[in-house]
Design a protein around this ligand. Structure first.
Ligand code: NAD
Length: 443
C-alpha cells in the first residue's frame, strides 16, 4: 500500500519505518528541512534502539522516502497519517494547530480518495475538526472528492518503540464506515499473524481510549508516589510495600515504581488535556487533577532532600547528577524531572556535573551556555570534585556502580536516589548515607 506520514518525530518516523519494513511504500513528510536533509543522509534525529538499520534498509530498498514537499506527499499515499505534535496549550488543552494545518494541506492538494488517519494523540471530537478542515479546503477549490477520517492512536513507548510497533499489544482503529475499515485491516494485516490485534470501534471511543490508557498509567505512578511519601513519614519502606502490592495479580507489578515523578512528551500533557476536556463538558475530573498535582510536587522531592541535607544552604555546592532523560533508553528531555531539579539547584546557587548515556546533546541544546552546568563524558567524571550524587534516571549502567569509588570521589558521603535503585546497607558498607523515595523515617 502507498502511505504518507506527516511528521517525522518519534511516532511518525517509527511508524513510517516499520510500515516500510513489512513491505508498504511510505513517504514521510516534515516541515523541518534540516531533519529531512539528515534523514536523507541516513542520520536519525532521535535515539531509538533498532530504528537506524530499519530506516537505512528500507530507504535503500526504495520503500521509504523523505520529503518537505507537501503536494508530493499528499499525492503519494491513499492513506495519509497525521503524526505531528499536539503540545499542551497554556490552559492545558491540546494544541491542535499542527494537526489542523496538515488536514488543511491534505484538503488543498488531494486529487483522489484519501483516508486521513489521526495517529497523534488528539482530544475526543478532533476527527470532526479534521474532517471540517479538509472539507473547508475542498470547498474553496470547488472540488468534490471523497475522503474518510479515522482515529488510530499510537501506543508505542520511547526506548522500545520499534518493538512496540512491530509487536503491538493492540491496534486501536476508530472508524464509522466500511471502506476505511477494510483499508486499515489490510494495512495492519502483517502485524496480525499470531492473533488478531486490531480492535475496531467508533471514532470517539478510539480517541478516548488513548487518553484513558495514558491517564491510567500516570495515575498508577502518582498513586505510588503518594503512598511512598506517606511511607516515608510512617517509617515504612515503599519497596517492601510495592512488592507486597504487586504480588496481587489484580494489581500486578507494572507501573507501580515510586520515583521523582513522571515526565516525557505524553503523560503530563495527556493527563492535563483529558482534565481540560472534562471541564469543557462541565465535568470536574478530580482524580486527574490530583494525579497531575501529585506529579508536579513529586518533581521537587529530590531537591528538597538535597537542600534539607545541607541545611538549606546550597550556595557553592556541586551536585553530580546521573541521568537526564525522562526515562532510560531515550534522549527525550521533555518534562524530565532532572530539569526541575537542575533549575532549582541553579536558583539556589549550586552547580551540576551531569552525565547521561544518551541525552547529553539534547541537554546542551536546551541549556546552551548555562552557568553551573557541566556535561561530563562518563558517570565517573561527573563525580570528580562533586559534593554529592543524585540519580534521576534508572539507566541500567547506574544499577551496580562502584560504591567505593563514589565514596572516594564525593565530598559529602551521601547519595540521593530518585529511582530507588540501591539498598541502604550496600551503601552503608562504604560509609555512604542513602536517601531515596519513600524508604523509612530517616528520609
Ligand atoms: P515530535 O515532536 O517528536 O514530532 C513531531 C514532528 O511533526 C516534528 O518533526 C515536526 O517538525 C513535525 N511537524 C509539525 N508540523 C508539521 C506539518 N504541518 N507537516 C509535517 N510535519 C510537521 O512528536 P512525537 O513525539 O512523535 O508525537 C507526535 C504525536 O504522537 C503527539 O500527539 C504525541 O502525543 C503522540 N504520541 C507520542 C508518543 C511518544 O512516545 N513520543 C507515543 C504515542 C503517541
Amino acid at each position: 500500500m502507498r502511505i504518507t506520514i506527516f511528521g517525522t518525530g518519534y511516532v511518525g518516523l517509527v511508524t513510517g519505518a516499520c510500515l516500510a519494513e513489512v513491505g508498504h511504500h511510505v513517504m514521510c513528510m516534515d516541515v523541518d528541512q534540516a531533519k529531512i536533509d539528515r534523514l536523507r543522509e541516513g542520520i536519525i534525529p532521535i535515539y531509538e534502539p533498532g530504528l537506524e538499520p530499519i530506516v537505512a534498509h528500507n530507504t535503500a530498498a526504495g520503500r521509504l522516502q523523505f520529503t518537505t514537499d507537501v503536494a508530493e506527499a499528499v499525492d503519494y499515499g491513499e492513506l495519509q497519517f497525521i503524526a505531528v505534535g499536539t503540545p499542551s496549550d497554556e490552559d492545558g488543552s491540546a494544541d491542535l494547530k499542527y494537526v489542523l494545518a496538515v488536514a488543511g494541506s491534505i484538503g488543498e492538494h488531494m486529487n483522489d480518495y484519501k483516508v486521513v488517519i489521526d495517529k497523534s494523540t488528539v482530544p475526543v471530537g478532533t476527527a470532526d475538526k479534521v474532517r471540517e478542515a479538509v472539507r473547508g479546503k475542498l470547498l474553496e477549490r470547488s472540488a468534490d472528492i471523497d475522503f474518510d477520517v479515522v482515529s488510530n492512536p499510537e501506543f508505542l513507548k520511547e526506548g522500545a518503540a520499534v518493538d512496540d510497533f512491530m509487536k503491538p499489544d493492540r491496534i486501536i482503529v476508530g472508524t464509522d464506515s466500511d471502506r476505511p475499515q477494510e483499508l486499515l485491516r489490510e494495512l495492519y494485516y502483517p502485524f496480525n499473524r499470531n492473533h488478531e490485534r486490531v480492535i475496531f470501534m467508533d471514532v470517539r471511543s478510539a480517541e478516548l481510549t488513548k487518553y484513558a490508557a495514558n491517564a491510567m498509567l500516570a495515575t498508577k505512578i502518582s498513586f505510588m508516589n503518594e503512598v511512598a511519601n506517606l511511607a516515608e513519614r510512617l517509617g515504612a519502606d515503599i519497596e517492601h510495600v510495592r512488592r507486597g502490592m504487586g504480588s496481587d495479580p489484580r494489581i500486578g507489578y507494572h507501573f507501580i515504581y515510586p520515583g521523582c515523578g513522571y515526565g516525557g512528551s505524553c503523560f503530563p500533557k495527556d493527563v492535563k488535556a483529558l482534565a481540560w476536556t472534562a471541564r469543557e463538558y462541565d465535568y470536574e475530573a478530580r482524580l486527574l487533577d490530583a494525579v497531575e498535582a501529585v506529579n508536579s510536587a513529586q518533581k521537587h522531592v529530590l531537591f528538597d532532600k538535597v537542600s534539607h541535607y545541607y541545611g538549606g544552604d546550597l550556595a557553592g555546592k556541586t551536585v553530580a547528577l546521573w541521568g537526564l532523560s525522562f526515562k532510560p533508553k531515550t534522549d527525550d528531555m521533555r518534562e524530565a524531572p532532572s530539569r526541575v531539579l537542575m533549575e532549582k539547584l541553579w536558583a539556589a546557587g549550586a552547580s551540576v556535573q551531569a552525565f547521561d548515556p544518551e541525552a547529553m546533546e539534547e541537554t546542551q541544546r536546551i541549556y546552551p551556555d548555562q552557568p553551573g552546568l557541566q556535561l561530563c563524558g562518563t558517570k565517573e567524571q561527573a563525580l570528580k570534585g562533586a559534593d554529592c550524587l543524585v540519580i534521576c534516571t534508572e539507566w541500567k549502567e547506574f544499577r551496580s556502580p562502584d560504591f567505593a569509588q563514589i565514596a572516594a570521589a564525593i565530598r559529602s558521603p551521601v547519595v540521593f536516589d530518585g529511582r530507588n535503585l540501591y539498598d541502604e546497607k550496600m551503601l552503608g558498607r562504604h560509609g555512604l548515607s542513602y536517601y531515596a523515595i519513600g524508604r523509612g523515617l530517616n528520609q
